[in-house]
Design a protein around this ligand. Structure first.
Ligand SMILES: [Zn+2]
Length: 272
């Protein structure tokens, strides 16, 4: 049975660890040391590494990990210098089969935060009998790096607001029960912004309280789900009249298209 857990790295990164029968796959290892520690503690063999984009806090651990695990396969975005010599370049529509986990991911090109950004989605989720913990069998899995956060989205370092809006719209079209594994614990500060934009969102208020409790206990707020993000994350809600009205008032301009509302939201958040 596949187990998925977060390895904290740097200040607020999560390196996601997927395991099955002592085999391990990590997503976006920005650092090697915390990964090596968990591999040793749990007597795991590192078989594959998935990379979502080229930023150092997502790739810095690849080379040192490969020095210890030379047989591990690395999957990374095609349109960048690869993070390792033997890395396998993947792009929109490619499949990444991980037989060690019994999973097959589909690659989505999701530019915006960076131009090379990709996400990995497993539409069928894990198989087998439910055990305690997450995810439940059959729930689709999404590893989205720095594109979608709980209550937020990535900064536009390389791409345009239109690209990011399109990428997020594609995520929003995934089933509501899709588990969303983001690469940073930004939830609490993101929700403060969402609450500024949507003061009367009851779902958001409920989630704010839940997240405050989790963070007090030092527990990750992730994974999230697409259904939850559609209900609370303003960056997935620029099409709603209430959001549009607030953003127009803040921007002091009439915004006609959803993309314009999204772009103004992203600029507002940058200064928040
Ligand atoms: Zn990044």
């Amino acid at each position: 049975m596949v187990n998925i857990s977060a390895i904290p790295a740097f200040q607020d990164n999560y390196i996601w660890l997927l395991t099955n029968n002592k085999q391990a796959v990590v997503v976006d290892p920005g650092q090697a040391a915390p990964v090596e520690r968990v591999l040793a503690e749990r007597e795991l063999t590192l078989t594959s590494i998935l990379i979502t984009h080229h930023h150092h806090d997502h790739t810095g651990g690849v080379k040192p990990l490969l020095a210890n695990w030379p047989d591990a396969k690395v999957y990374a975005p095609a349109n960048r210098p690869l993070p390792a010599q033997n890395a396998i370049a993947v792009d929109e529509g490619d499949k990444v089969a991980l037989p060690e986990l019994g999973l097959e991911f589909e690659v989505m090109a999701v530019p915006g935060h960076t131009l090379d950004h990709i996400a990995y989605v497993e539409p069928d989720g894990i198989a087998g009998e439910p055990l305690s913990g997450e995810p439940l069998p059959g729930e689709p899995l999404l590893f989205c790096g720095d594109t979608l956060f709980s209550g937020g989205c990535g900064r536009l370092f390389e791409g345009t607001a239109a690209q990011m809006h399109h990428s997020l719209t594609r995520f929003a079209a995934l089933p509501d029960n899709t588990r969303v594994y983001c690469a940073h614990e930004y939830t609490q500060s993101n929700l403060a912004f969402c609450h500024t934009v949507e003061k009367n969102n009851a779902e958001l208020q409920k989630y704010l309280q839940k997240v405050a409790k989790l963070r007090q206990l030092g527990i990750p707020t992730l994974p999230s789900s697409i259904g939850l993000e559609k209900a609370i994350n303003v960056f997935l809600r620029p099409h709603l009249d209430g959001v549009k009205a607030t953003v127009q008032a803040h921007a002091g301009a009439e915004l006609n298209e959803n993309i314009e509302v999204f772009a103004a939201l992203r600029r507002w958040k940058d200064d928040f």
